[in-house]
Structure formats: structure tokens, C-alpha cells
Design a protein around this ligand. Sequence first.
Ligand code: URA
Length: 230
Amino acid sequence: MKLSRILSNQNGVSRKRANALIATGRVAVNGQVCRDSQNEVSEFCAVGVDGKAIQQARPSRYLMLNKPAGYLSATVDDTHPTVFRLIDSSLHDGLHIGGRLDRASTGLLILTNDGNWSRRLTEPKIKIPKVYRVTTEQPITLETHQRFAEGIWFEYEQLTTSPAQIEEIHEREARITIYEGRYHQVKRMFHAVGNRVTSLHRERMGKIQLNDELPPGQYRSLTAEEIASV
Ligand code: URA
């Protein structure tokens, strides 16, 4: 929200008065004077006028979970346990998932209460690489490499997926990099070439790599560097 709007949301402060307070250096964002009334200020910033707090900074949270199989990427469900069951309830407020994994899929799941940040992580246009280790029922053919590199037509969305890369590990095992996160994307891509995914594990999103030493079901906070990388 614009800084002037935060001020004018206060009782009895007009937009004109808000702009005047900002222009005269009486408003601070995170302790620093800010003279730009158009500055975008998130809920994670503290705002003060003449040293008096008018917005407390909400604590931002960025977590990496090593998702085990069997947990739903959802907040609540009547039938299956959700990944939120693995996260301390004191951290749940405003927390949401940045890029879901299917119930059977495992690996890197990112949770945050920062909606702008998670939008950047998952927005297909931004093309953040998502890396999965995949095993398949049938051998992964050269034709699959070519078809994935050309992009696969998704009838439902009426679009062609961005070119994806395959790095072969064994005949039926590979590392695949995709740049969107469409519904069941990897499974649908393999289905389109007559194959079937038997296991799927997300290793990386952009520069955020799942730690080998983080056991399934455990989570940790992202580092400042990881957060800034998105
Ligand atoms: N693609 C899938 O098909 N499933 C996932 O869980 C993630 C990507």
C-alpha cells in the first residue's frame, strides 16, 4: 500500500495532510525518514509519525519444508493430513504455500505469509526454474527430451508449456527443470508422451535448494540470501 494511504487510513488524516507530513520528513518507514508518498509499504514494515508508531511491522515468515508423501498441500482437509500439521501452530497465521506439491510428491515446499513474494516465486511469466527428480514407468526416450524442449500442449489451459530440460540419471530416472507450476504439470507432460510418473521429488525452486540434511517432515526458515533471491 502507498505510504500516503497508510497515513490517510488513520482517523482524521486527509490525503493532503498525509502528503504534507511525508514531504516535511515527519514520517519514518522502518526507522528511516521517507519523503516519497508513493512509496509502496508492506504490512511487514513499521511506520511512524514524529516517532509514534502508526503501523507495527508484522513478522514475515519464509519456511522450507521437506514434504513427506501422503500430506496434502492445503490448509485444511477432512480426509487427509495437510502439510500444516507439520508446522508449529504458532506460525500458521497468514501462512500459505508457494507452489503446491501433489499428495504423493515429496521434497521442497515453501510456505510464507508474504503474498507478494510467493506470487513472484510462482508466477509463470517470471519463469523461476523448478527442478524435480522423477522416476517413470517406461524408459525416458530421446523423443521425450525433444518434445519437452519444444513444449507440451495443455488442452485445458490452451497453452504450450515453456521449454523444459531433462537430465538423464538412469533409463527411468531423470532430473527435469520446468518454468511454470501448472496443475500436475510434470505428470501431465509425461502422460502426453505416453509415459507415467511413479515418483516425484522437488529439489529446487530458483536458488532455493532443499537441504539434504533436512529430514522429511522437518522445516527451517529461509536465509536472508534465499529470500532475496526471489
Ligand atoms: N508436477 C506434478 O505433476 N506434481 C507435482 O506435485 C509437482 C509438479
